[in-house]
Write a protein that binds this ligand. Structure first.
Ligand SMILES: Cc1cc2nc3c(=O)[nH]c(=O)nc-3n(C[C@H](O)[C@H](O)[C@H](O)COP(=O)(O)O)c2cc1C
Length: 461
């Protein structure tokens, strides 16, 4: 897309011109960035805030499927100022049980500002555009997942299946660029895997960089490769060269272990940035360079993570999932923590005494207090003491939400849709860690008229 490409002078001494796609005013440039990879389950808001705290330059949210987002209600959580996109399950046709809204995506408009890339799962340009419009005004870029190899994604034509249907992949990206990227002034990008041969990969990438995208991430594994197999970097320079000829920033992914490692790989392969997944899942301080302190001890990371979980009112099942990764398997608290069913119990078990009052509050908000193994003692007293603080916070956040992000009506509206049971991502839930947890509080929808999605047809799974 010639109109999107501008020329930049490579250096004063050698005035060769290097094409560079221009980054839309509300978008972000992927160049020079070490970023958190999209990870279903492991990439929810608290993990992203943790990665940012330790120095991630940008964070990708977990893949969310188009149909899950279409028709979702947007609201500002008055307690913490986060923006939540929720929908009601169909409730299996049962009328006797009130359906609870399920938060399918949560973001922090302050702490993630200028840093959040939303990743979409889609196999259809129209659905992709409809879904992207729901969230475009709240994020800094939209990335299309074209690399998930799991059958539940590929069988729907999404993820890595798109690598085999390049016409469809190109049409989704072009639609997103024209109908979302341009009007919302944010970038559209894509995450792919390498194909079996350099020729196949080159042919694909050559088409992708002409769609108007402002970034391409290449996961240096082929679709059949398992995560444990070492990433293959023999096609990386070629992919980078094709991207650069079109002025598109190229991020590398696969076995990047830390910020310092990523910077070294960027130097070695000439790519523009590096994306970290599993190393960040194991210890988010992988984003901190050695010069700034390097890897932090697991307990420090877990403490910071727990604070973000409480602040975000994160679903306990999800918190537990990542705690399983972050807590050292060698520590005896690892097995004990697995038994915890409430934030209060977790914080007690981990010795985070200063977090106990907050844990009590969040357990109550999430309807977990009936699972406390023993009643809170001092924590309850602290809790009543902190009520005033909480009220003050709520008032502040409401004011911030109302004033800081455009006028939003605060009608306690119920979402009009009753979308059916739906997957929000292509990765199935793991029953062990995501078994039915109480959902977020009932939706008090505050949808900005400007951002409200158009009425959507009812969605079924
Ligand atoms: C738990 C988990 C969830 C993932 N979810 C996604 C996803 O939602 N979208 C995506 O494009 N890749 C997803 N991936 C793949 C990673 O983004 C990344 O491409 C892969 O793990 C390779 O990076 P690494 O070698 O640093 O782990 C996921 C990986 C893991 C471990």
């Amino acid at each position: 897309m010639a109109s999107l490409v501008e020329s930049a002078t490579a250096s004063a001494a050698a005035p060769a011109t290097v094409p560079r796609v221009s980054i839309p005013p509300k978008g972000v440039d992927y160049r020079g960035k070490i970023v958190l990879a999209p990870m279903v389950r492991s990439g929810e808001l608290p993990s992203r805030l943790l990665a940012l705290k330790y120095g991630a330059d940008l964070v990708w949210g977990p893949e969310t499927i188009d149909r899950a987002l279409i028709g979702a209600e947007r609201r500002v959580n008055p307690r913490n100022g986060t923006i939540e996109f929720s929908r009601f399950p169909s409730n299996g046709g049962r009328v006797e049980k009130a359906a609870k809204a399920s938060v399918i995506y949560r973001l922090d408009p302050i702490r993630e500002k200028g840093k959040l890339i939303f990743q979409l799962g889609s196999a259809n340009p129209d659905l992709a555009v409809q879904a992207a419009k729901v969230i475009a005004a709240d994020v800094d870029g939209i990335d299309l997942n074209s690399g998930c190899p799991k059958p539940f994604s590929t069988s729907g034509g999404m993820g890595a299946a798109l690598l085999r249907t390049p016409d469809k992949l190109v049409s989704i990206l072009e639609a997103l660029v024209q109908e979302v990227g341009t009007p919302y002034q944010i970038g559209i990008s894509v995450k792919i895997r390498i194909l079996e041969t350099p020729e196949l990969t080159a042919a694909l990438v050559t088409r992708l960089v002409r769609t108007g995208i402002t970034g391409l991430t290449v996961h240096c594994r082929t679709t059949p490769m398992r995560p444990r197999e070492r990433a293959l970097r023999d096609q990386l320079r070629m992919v980078k060269d094709i991207c650069h000829e079109a002025g598109v920033p190229c991020l590398m992914n696969g076995d990047v272990e830390s910020r310092d490692h990523g910077l070294a790989l960027m130097e070695e392969y000439g790519v523009d940035g590096a994306m970290i997944a599993t190393s960040a899942e194991a210890n988010s301080s992988a984003f901190r360079s050695k010069a700034d302190g390097g890897l932090a001890p697991w307990k420090e990371v877990v403490y910071e993570y727990m604070k973000f979980c409480l602040e975000s009112e994160n679903k306990l099942g999800n918190t537990k999932f990542l705690l399983n990764m972050l807590i050292s398997g060698k520590d005896k608290v690892y097995n004990e923590a697995k038994q915890c069913k409430t934030y209060l119990d977790f914080c007690r078990k981990l010795g985070f005494d200063d977090l106990l009052p907050h844990a009590v509050r969040v357990d109550e908000i999430l309807d977990l207090s009936n699972k406390w193994t023993s009643a809170p003692g001092e924590e309850v007293k602290d809790q009543s003491r902190s009520k005033a603080v909480q009220n003050a916070m709520e008032n502040n956040e409401s004011a911030r939400a109302a004033g800081g992000h455009g006028a939003r009506s605060k009608a306690a509206a119920q979402p009009a849709h009753t979308g059916g049971p739906i997957r929000t991502s292509s990765v199935p839930t793991v029953s062990k860690v995501t078994k039915a947890e109480p959902e977020a509080p009932a939706v008090d929808a505050s949808v900005s008229a400007a951002q409200a999605p158009p009425p959507q047809p009812e969605v079924t799974a």
